[in-house]
Design a protein around this ligand. Sequence first.
Ligand code: ZN
Length: 503
Amino acid sequence: MSEPRTARAAYEALLKDLRETAVLASAGAVLAWDQETQLPPRGASLRADQLAALSGLVHERRTRPEVQEWLATAEADPDLRNDPDASANLREIRRDLDRALKLPGSLVREIAQTAALSQRAWRDAREASDFGSFAPWLEKSFDLARQKALCYRPDAPVYDTLLDEYEPDATAEPLVQIFSELRARLTPLIAEAAPRHARLSTPIDGLTIPVSKQMELIRFVAQRIGFDFEAGRLDVSTHPFCEAIGPGDTRLTTRFDEAHFLDALSSTMHEAGHGMYEQGLPKEAHFGEPLAESASLGIHESQSRLWENFVGRSAPFWSWALPEARRLLGSDLGGASVDDVVRAANRVKPGLVRVEADEVTYNLHVLLRFDLERALLSGDLPVRELPGAWNERMRQDLGLEVPDDRQGCLQDIHWSMGAIGYFPTYTLGNLYAAQFWSAANREVPSLQDAIARGEFAPLLDWLREKIHRHGRRFSAFELCQRATGEPLSVEAFFRYLEGKVAT
Ligand code: ZN
């Protein structure tokens, strides 16, 4: 009789400890946010030391012998195994602990320190478009990723192990299939649409809108679609991102281009999509537990792409947003109609930069990175040959010449942060988003009418119910199956894109 009580007590001790560790880790999230928004250049070295020290502490706490004992005691208890919350938590805590135990603390610290320093080096190299100065850091990032993967699973393909950290249970092989199907079906869509769209001009092309006015619009829209500013902020950074610090604190960033006000709006809706997912996770009750964490980065990205593209580039959205935009931007927007803005927001135009890519060309940018990072990891592509390989691929896939590495292989922050095996989650996010969007519209037929009235709660409620509240209770694949009734496929995405490009 005393055993279940002991197991319950062990489980409670485990959760309390996880929460305390999460509190410590959340201080690291503040430092990471500050690094991108506030930190002076000469503070970079201290920041790297701070982040390395914190990562080391968090890692030590997570792998203490008592944590292992509490977990083992809790796992042995049938009542806990039959409790849906506890069993999901225990399964995922086991997964995290087994991985963490395989990593030496020295490697954890070295990875964190290198990521911070290497980001600084990348920033400078990108500014100067000087790949040579960044190459040694890139070499080191890939080397550390390889070491980490071999610690986790010495016998598994290195790429699969890295991908698994961002997208649990995903492997490269099915992604190669998905990507090759995407490439086969996207290429003719681009060939058909791009020349037609290149001839299209709209009254908002070339309009200049001051940053302060744009700020009013994007804050208004972020709040209206459901981002809670009492539990979040919006700041400016070179690369927009969303930092989830903890319960009641989710931070977004954006960037502005006076000549393209749609850019800040779509990047803000994107990050707000991430932010609303974070705000919808049950953190008040379960902070530090897997139940309050996102299912995968692919699912995370589905939330951002859904708001950015499926909502933010749609005619119903603009029939509500256009009068608001005129009012807040203090401009009649050249007399543009809803149709004009929707056309401008959906132009298919091959470009050099992934984050500015339209929905049709976007996945080719991801595919390029997926192929190149696998070649860099395996050693088939030496780091010094990356710019040439990148530029060649841009020529082949999008018919573009890359004028400098700044707009080529130095454009993304990910590899400098050691985020290798991360890019495919962007494409998975697009596919999940399409499937969620189609299911939400099927289940809530009035969804788009509501959006046209500026009412976003029906969509957000559906996402909260089907996705957000579950945290890591289900794997990404299961979540998709449960939310949409179907396994993940490319079909919903193509139905959506082909419908859009045809008009
Ligand atoms: Zn994103």
